[in-house]
Design a protein around this ligand. Structure first.
Ligand SMILES: [Mg+2]
Length: 234
């Protein structure tokens, strides 16, 4: 019997393009202006110093603030996972959400399903590689309004990588539920495999409607096709 549904974001609740075609270009466009406008704030200073330290260590070059901005823009193009970049992007995206420059994309079937599942008494949570802060922002400022009241838990890679079974064991332990009472939804087969290996139930999302030809799991194109009644009855 399913007591908790754990949801991936990109490709599951949300169009992958929202991150790559909205959030990433926005952070690139706003970076120089944001750094100039917030240069005296401690977390911005800390991020800039961290960029300077990395360039010093890797290229033996000293760079000023403009050089740091240039480096950060190159890292965005290279999709480099540097903590300073993530930190600054988080701050820029927060400002963008709060100013209403964009709203977090969720597919229209998502809020309907969340409401139905909540009514059935099923707990709901998110597991995404984006930071917990970024997850909350996306759902707080979504195209369907504030969806954060639906979620009791948010997990990011602090519990471990999404393709590692131990991460799903950690999540089950934090939820104080046996893995078999948890249903995990994701578009990525390797994540579903890692979760299923712990005994979690899993369903694959194929948002483009192209069902994987030999998927070992149930695959659906949207949340309205998830037969939770069948799981809860068991
Ligand atoms: Mg995904």
């Amino acid at each position: 019997m399913i007591r908790f549904i754990l949801l991936d974001i990109e490709g599951t609740t949300t169009d992958i393009d929202f991150v790559h075609k909205v959030l990433f270009p926005y952070s690139a466009e706003r970076l120089a202006g944001f750094v100039a406008g917030h240069a005296d704030e401690p977390d911005v200073q800390e991020a800039l110093q961290s960029v300077q330290a990395t360039v010093q260590a890797e290229d033996h070059r000293q760079i000023d603030r403009a050089g740091a901005v240039e480096t950060l823009l190159r890292w965005i193009r290279e999709d480099r996972k540097h903590t300073a970049l993530k930190q600054l992007q988080g701050l820029i995206w927060k400002a963008g959400f709060e100013q209403g420059d964009y709203q977090g994309h969720v597919y229209p079937d998502v809020p309907v399903a969340l409401e139905n599942w909540k009514r059935e008494g099923i707990g709901l949570g998110i597991y995404s590689s984006g930071s917990v802060q970024a997850q909350r922002l996306l759902f707080a400022h979504s195209v369907s309004g504030d969806l954060t009241p639906y979620f009791s838990h948010y997990f990011d890679t602090k519990v471990g990588g999404k393709k590692e079974s131990q991460s799903y064991r950690n999540i089950a332990a934090q939820l104080q539920l046996p893995p078999s009472a948890i249903l995990f939804l994701s578009d990525v087969a390797a994540e579903l495999e890692a979760a299923a290996a712990t005994g979690m139930q899993v369903i694959q999302l194929a948002r483009d409607g192209q069902m994987p030809p030999d998927a070992p799991y149930l695959a659906v194109s949207d949340f309205s096709r998830i037969p939770v009644a069948a799981f809860t009855a068991g």
